[in-house]
Design a protein around this ligand. Structure first.
Ligand code: 3HC
Ligand code: NAI
Length: 684
């Protein structure tokens, strides 16, 4: 049994208990159905409280059942069964009532919630629409505009907001079960409100649908579910209840098996698996109650802000008082911008800043639990910092470097207790970007690694373990992206056609626009270091732009020209001249949008396969998460590797071989070739 029933006076309390999140598996649906039947027949029961055990109310349909044939009772029938019960049901919500969970609550006659609860219909994030009446009942409760906003964005709302918007009937401050029973006793003394299926949606302005569709399309980019969800809401307003339910069900079933929904489900499970890798499940992490950051530049300030956001007291260390002032003002600017964007209140910003101790004295770190170094990308400077940390910190203080390209093993070569050292590679801006590459050295102890993952959970980051190589997982693939983009230019494509093809594929920005935003100087510095190591990075045009001082937006020009105070990229005659000069020896050809994407993305897949083969990444899903959360790879494509498997590994090998013959890419690697039989990476 996934639920229990007890009786308090004439009120039955149905408690669903299906850990971890009370998802609506077939067993839960059946048990709820049976409960509705039994309680309707029971003359000693006047009303029913539906409540959940564990950390949350029902968090939705069981997503793991989506790939399988649906089994009765189907969720829409169950919601209707609850709505039609002879005794009124009240949903008592704690944690999250999401998707099918909120739809069950909409089937109840009343909804009450704890102040910390949230409710929502996040189905569009899984590439589907609500499939159990959410798009039909919600407008009948809240009106078309609020329903459209909630359903097309998938964003949950807090209980207090939901109360103000009429989505729930009461907020229960103390014990949820007894508070709900008190609420119900009062409610039963009044005439009952009609169930939502019997209500109508207030009319909206004629222009509402067109205006909303435009803004939804803009936000959804190329995801199809949000617009299909808006269609369902429109039908819910214009059709009778039953016809609207039918339309919603058809849309749900149509989308459930779509490539986008499969890709988004893949990302859903990858994201949930990432914070707790199976190999670390048995390792208890150290507790982290305080943190320090060395260096208050771009990354250090962002990391410090992210640690503050995770409620940790932070010590910020700089090399002198001038740099310390700059570091603090970087940090202040981050919080001010969060206030401006409405993310936090001015009071919270002040509180967070007050939790920061700024100093130039390493002695202040004697009792800190974690130190993250974010000083200049220079082995000597970093080793010096760790020598000082090693002298002042406790022997069990976790020491981490944010290096992008250096070998963390070399950085830690001389520290005491190297088992407490690891790489924590944040992405810029660190207070925003979700990705955290966790890079153990050969000496890193499992408990240190487990603590890195626990820290990621505290900071609400998506952690991915990466092995040591130049650029770890993400920046190693980025190098290929950029080299391929330049190869395209030398063989006839223009920066703007390359950028627009990549945007059409789903990236937020093309490779040249992105470099202009970030600055060409950083990559030039890395190429210089690579040349010192004896490598031969390929960037003939970027090298010339750098030599001319064309660093991107910050210098008024990079791959594009920029007018003063305007960030709109304009094709550059000067850059076209440099490309033409560099391309003299390369055969020119016409490039279609699809070929441009293939010439960049397929070599990225090839490099990713090598990364997997060398066990730099442990799982292909990890590479998907790196690409989505670090580089804006379209989520609806499921990430780089999911895209590759969906596209067909055999096709990819054939196209890469053609490119290789023309000198436009490396030939497919062994793992890619060997995986074509199964169509899955790593399976023969
Ligand atoms: N189905 C199946 N498994 C689910 C699930 C779901 N709807 N939601 C969460 N899980 C699993 C996770 O995979 C994870 O499994 P694991 O322990 O084996 O790795 C476990 O539950 C815990 O999940 P989290 O780590 O995410 O737990 P948190 O406490 O951090 O978050 C939560 C809880 C806010 C409920 C979060 O899990 C969440 O947002 N879940 C998804 C909710 C959702 O999208 N619901 C809509 C489903 S679609 C639907 O209902 C269609 C309907 O309209 C017909
Ligand atoms: P930055 O130049 O903006 O900041 C470096 C800071 O370190 C400066 O404020 C400097 O005063 C301080 N510093 C130098 N020596 C110090 C010392 N001995 N003690 C205390 N402070 C010292 O550099 P940025 O961009 O923040 O990079 C820092 C590190 O993060 C580098 O290793 C870089 O490779 C890495 N990184 C950078 C990313 C980016 O996009 N900028 C992304 C991810 C990692």
């Amino acid at each position: 049994m996934t639920l229990t029933i007890k009786q308090i006076g004439k009120i039955a309390v149905v408690t669903v208990d299906n850990p971890p999140v009370n998802a609506l598996s077939q067993a839960v649906r059946q048990d709820l159905w049976n409960a509705a039947e039994a309680l309707d027949r029971d003359p000693s029961v006047d009303a029913v409280v539906l409540i959940c055990a564990g950390r949350t109310f029902i968090a939705g349909a069981d997503v793991s059942e989506f790939g399988k044939p649906p089994l009765p009772p189907h969720l829409p029938d169950l919601v209707t069964r609850i709505e039609k019960t002879a005794k009124p049901w009240v949903a008592a919500i704690h944690g999250s009532a999401l998707g099918g969970g909120f739809e069950i609550a909409l089937g109840c006659r009343f909804r009450v919630a704890s102040p910390s609860a949230s409710i929502g219909l996040p189905e569009v994030r899984l590439g589907i629409v609500p499939g159990a009446g959410g798009t039909v009942r919600l407008p009948r409760l809240a009106g078309a505009a609020l329903a459209a906003d909630m359903v097309t964005s998938g964003q949950p709302v807090t209980a207090l907001r939901a109360r103000a918007q009429g989505l729930i009937d009461a907020v229960v401050e103390d014990d949820l079960e007894s508070g709900t029973i008190d609420f119900l006793r009062l409610a039963l003394a009044q005439p009952l409100p009609p169930p939502l299926c019997e209500r109508y949606v207030p009319a909206v302005e004629a222009s509402f649908w067109e205006t909303t569709a435009k803004s939804v399309a803009l936000r959804a980019k190329r995801e199809q579910a949000p617009l299909r969800a808006l269609d369902c809401i429109r039908k819910a307003c214009e059709y009778e209840f039953e016809a609207a339910m039918e339309f919603e069900r058809e849309t749900f079933l149509d989308l459930r098996g779509s490539p986008q929904a499969r890709a988004l489900r893949h990302v859903f499970f990858a994201e949930r698996a990432a914070p707790r890798p199976p190999e670390l499940r048995a390792t208890v992490p150290q507790s982290i109650r305080s943190a320090a950051v060395i260096g208050g530049g771009t990354m250090g300030a962002g990391i410090a802000a992210a640690l503050c956001d995770a409620q940790l007291p932070v010590t910020l260390v700089e090399r002198d008082s001038e740099a310390l002032d700059r570091g603090l003002s970087n940090l202040r600017a981050i919080f001010e911008s969060s206030v401006k964007r409405g993310k936090i209140s001015p009071d919270v910003a002040e509180e967070r800043l007050a939790a920061v101790t700024a100093t130039t004295d390493y002695g202040a770190l004697a009792d800190v639990d974690l130190v993250i170094e974010a000083v200049f990308e220079d082995l000597g400077v970093k080793r010096d910092v760790f020598a000082r940390l090693s002298a002042v910190c406790r022997p069990d203080t976790l020491l981490a470097t944010n290096t992008s390209y250096l070998d963390p093993g070399q950085i830690a070569a001389d520290i005491a207790h190297p088992e407490r050292f690891l790489g924590l590679h944040f992405f810029s801006p660190a207070q925003v970007m979700k990705l955290l590459e966790i890079v153990p050295t050969p000496d890193t102890a499992p408990v240190t690694l487990a603590t890195g993952f626990a820290l990621a959970r505290m900071m609400n980051k998506i952690p991915v373990r990466a092995g040591i190589c130049d650029g770890f997982i993400g920046n190693r693939i980025l190098k290929v992206t950029r080299a391929q983009a330049e190869r395209l230019l030398l063989s006839g494509a223009e920066p703007q056609t390359v950028d627009s093809a990549m945007r059409a594929f789903g990236l937020p920005m093309g490779p040249f626009e992105a470099q202009d935003l970030g600055g060409l100087d950083i990559a030039a510095f890395q190429r210089r270091a690579a040349r010192v190591r004896g490598e031969t990075p390929f960037a003939p045009v970027a090298d010339r732009l750098y030599a001319l001082g064309r660093f991107g937006q910050k210098s008024g020009g990079g791959w594009y020209d920029y007018d003063k105070g305007d960030r709109t990229p304009k094709p550059s005659v000067a850059v076209a001249g440099i490309i033409a000069a560099e391309a003299l020896a390369t055969p020119q050809r016409q490039w279609s949008e699809g070929e441009i994407v293939d010439c960049i993305v397929l070599p990225m897949i090839n490099e990713a396969a090598r990364i997997l083969d060398e066990t730099i990444a442990a799982r292909s899903e990890d590479i998907d998460l790196v690409q989505i959360h670090g580089y804006g790879f379209p989520r609806f494509r499921g990430g780089l590797m999911h895209y590759a498997e969906t596209r067909g590994l055999g096709d990819i090998v054939a196209i890469l071989e053609r490119f290789a013959k023309e000198g436009l890419a490396e030939p497919p690697c062994g793992l890619l070739r060997n995986s074509t039989g199964s169509g899955r990476f790593g399976l023969p």
